[in-house]
Design a protein around this ligand. Sequence first.
Ligand SMILES: [Zn+2]
Ligand SMILES: [Zn+2]
Length: 262
Amino acid sequence: MEKNNKPSYFIDTHAHLDMLKNMTPETAVKNSLAENVKYIINPGSSLEGSIKSCQYSNKFEAVYSSVGVHPHDAETFDKRTLSELEKLVKGNKKVIAIGETGFDYYRNLSPKNDQENAFISQIELALKYNLPVIVHDREAHSDTLKILKSCTGSLNAVIHCFSGSTDFALKCLEMGFFISFTGVITFPNAKELVQTVKEVPIERLFLETDAPFLAPQERRGQENYPGFVKYIAAKIADIKGLSVDEVARITSVSARKFFKLN
Ligand SMILES: [Zn+2]
Ligand SMILES: [Zn+2]
């Protein structure tokens, strides 16, 4: 980046503004803009959350929404949920993805079978509207791969809050998918994940806070919000021997293209 030019901006590709407790969405967006975050993608975790996400994206220029039902809530997912999600897609120009959806075998709050059915339905919805899918995968790497493999073709997907091995990351990359890292990479015990960051080409990864969860090490104990995405960028810059500005620029170009933001 040339001197005097405006520095590149960040895109927080995954922040639950609808779940913030200590900050209003207004304050979160305003403070994030001040931290050079130009766009924030608010994924839906439930139907209610997806509706809120659409409200925010209609209200705030910087916010885009993804609509979906988290694997935790997959038990409640039925035909009506699917048609309500579809209505949100059709009725809101700023819905740019489907999700988050996938598997969570760590907490297993919904039966595996329901998680799988909800995941497949949401992938089909994404394919129908040519939207990318935001995938949640916790301790379910092989089942996640199995489902994604069965639905490839034109499917675009990002594995959010990546927590797998380098080997799993490479398999996802091979299938054309993207990988997104949270503040977990800044934690002292994240040695394996740091190794994975090294192996994932910078053009194939996104930044995300997963706010209000997972505040980066520098802000441990605080409520996370998109303004903290800079700590994740700094860690990636450090791991890859790039400047923070390069990380911001390259990841923002990829994210804009992937989510078709304009
Ligand atoms: Zn998630
Ligand atoms: Zn999330």
